[in-house]
Ligand binder design. Structure first.
Ligand code: HEC
Length: 518
């Protein structure tokens, strides 16, 4: 009897898991793809094919399965088991398995009515209305000759006063070819001079700017990077009269492509910024096993270290080498031997670089040592080796030279810094609210619901419900309201079944939403 029961239970659970395991686009896969893939795989973004619906994604089902299993997609270079960084693009093992199962079971659609809607992805800006947009003055024509192009553009800000900044957002113009952007600030005029000496718009330069500008690494962007919003009282500065230098990498293309990129700047509107992010670096001057020379046919690992002179809060990190670099590992050892992992990039890829921010500020007391290890493979077997046969490689700014650089963004430590999150969710102080009435939910409505609206400034408002002939059937609120978001409870059962309009009149501006009462 017991045996029979057990048998039955096993059979039942077997059946159950089989039913459970039916994976469909509508049921499980669409939400994973929309969250992790479609931000890049949609028209106008850098993913080569769109995944905005079942047809588009299922057409690439086996390729999708392959790229997630190998962790080639979504692209994310740092090792998530070593340290956590902001905006990590990593699928959980379970999400990978779900996609693999889906494809193995024939990439079924499931019930179309149960599909989650395509999210409303931001366009123009992830953050709201910028205070100023600094744009390339001309479009740049990237040749369709299948080679990379590294080009610096000099963008005058025409600012006559220095501005504190709360957020920076790089907007790649032609997302098919723009592959990274490193921004600097120049007050020396040397950028303009170089531009005037090189025919065409901008000047060619593999990495950096070809000279030392006023601020070398103001910001660094790679595809998929979120807008940079600085938390708390931290920010950046854009000096009066400055030029923004943009060092751009254009990826190879078989067709000529035009690009016109821009930078959205959000000023410190509420005068919160009292501390500016500062940048320091580990370079060959810090090497314990220099000089920085990589002989032909050899693999060399360089180790450098840097002593933190006074207590700091670390915000960001940006390791950088060129083509034969293969990995990076950076960690800090606090006095008393407490080790903090900062970043590990086991397969360095020149095409995916920029500043990585930590989820929280990292406090490093004075006399902490930061160690940075980077390896270079100068053998013919390295497919990224620019020389064939291999040649000795040393420091330089050219494609065939190498670099050993790790930038750090930091501020001097202040009490409470370790509690500051760098999450981009916290954008208070820069979002410019538009006055609007939100769609009514649930709709059709029955009984209690909340009507939401937001105001960009203090306003005399009137919130009411009118019928389709424009007759007011209920007044919900009238009076002075503060800027921000508001919810007004409303019991719809006081209205007869039918279609109505909810109206928000805010200082003469009228917003309307449809309301169906069951
Ligand atoms: C940060 C942007 C970004 C995200 C997020 C992203 N991709 Fe991609 N994907 C790219 C780019 C760029 C390419 C083309 C360049 C390349 O192959 O490296 C690409 C190429 C691909 C390819 C073609 C590979 C090939 O060999 O040609 C597939 C398939 C793919 N992605 C699937 C996915 C899936 C599945 C996800 C989500 C789990 C995803 N991608 C997330 C940017 C992205």
């Amino acid at each position: 009897m017991k045996k029979l029961l057990l048998c039955g239970a096993l059979l039942f659970s077997g059946l159950f898991t089989q039913i459970q395991a039916q994976v469909t686009w509508a049921g499980q896969v669409a939400s994973i793809v929309y969250q992790h893939c479609t931000p890049c795989h949609r028209p106008g973004e850098i993913g080569p094919m769109p995944f905005t619906n079942y047809q588009e994604a299922s057409a690439y089902a086996s390729m999708i399965s392959f790229t997630v299993q190998t962790r080639y997609m979504p692209p994310w270079q740092p090792d998530p088991n070593y340290s956590h960084l902001l905006g990590e693009r990593v699928l959980s093992q379970q999400e990978v398995q779900t996609i693999v199962d889906w494809v193995q079971q024939g990439a079924q659609r499931g019930n179309p009515a149960a599909e989650p809607p395509l999210p409303n992805y931001p366009s123009g800006s992830q953050l709201g209305q910028p205070d100023t947009v600094i744009s390339m003055a001309q479009s740049y024509l990237h040749q369709g000759n299948n080679t990379d192009m590294y080009r610096v553009f000099v963008l005058p800000t025409n600012l006559n006063e220095t501005k504190k900044i709360k957020a920076i957002e790089f907007r790649a113009g032609n997302k098919k070819v723009v592959h990274h952007a490193i921004l600097g600030i120049d007050l020396t005029g040397q950028g303009r001079q170089r531009d005037s000496l090189d025919p065409g718009y901008g000047y060619t330069q593999f990495f950096g700017f070809g000279f030392t500008p006023t601020e070398d690494n103001w910001y660094g962007w790679a595809p998929g990077a979120a807008a940079k919003y600085f938390p708390s009282n931290i920010g950046k500065q854009l000096p009066a009269g400055a030029d923004v230098l943009v060092q751009m990498h254009y990826a190879p293309s078989s067709l000529p492509e035009l690009d016109s990129s821009s930078i959205n700047i959000f000023y410190d509107r509420n005068n919160q910024v009292t501390r500016l992010e500062q940048i320091t670096e580990i370079s060959p001057l810090n090497l314990m096993n220099g000089p920085f020379v990589i002989p032909a046919n050899q693999v060399r690992t360089f180790r450098g270290r840097f002593r933190v002179p006074s207590e700091v809060s670390l915000l960001s990190i940006f390791p950088h080498s060129h083509l034969i670099g293969t990995d990076w590992k950076v960690y800090a050892v606090r006095p008393g031997n407490d080790t903090v992992n900062l970043i590990n990039i086991p397969q360095w890829d020149f095409n995916w670089q920029g500043f990585y921010y930590f989820p929280r500020l990292i406090r490093l007391p004075a006399n902490t040592w930061i160690y940075a290890e980077a390896t270079y493979d100068n053998r013919a077997s390295n497919p990224n080796n620019p020389n064939n046969p291999p040649q000795q490689i040393t420091w330089g700014e050219g494609t065939t030279d190498e670099m050993y650089l790790c930038y750090f963004g930091y501020v001097p430590y202040q009490a409470g810094d370790e509690n500051i999150a760098l999450s981009t969710e916290d954008r208070t102080g820069i979002l410019k609210l538009q006055t609007k009435l939100y769609p009514i939910y649930p709709n059709p409505a029955r009984g209690e619901l909340n009507i939401g609206f937001q105001l960009n400034q203090t306003a005399d408002i009137r919130l009411s419900v009118v019928d389709l002939r424009g007759r007011e059937v209920a007044e919900l609120r009238a009076g002075k309201f503060e800027p921000g978001q508001h919810l007004v409870p409303f019991n719809s059962s006081q209205l007869a079944s039918g279609t109505y309009l909810v109206q928000l009149n805010a200082g003469g501006k009228v917003e309307t939403q449809k309301l169906v009462v069951e």
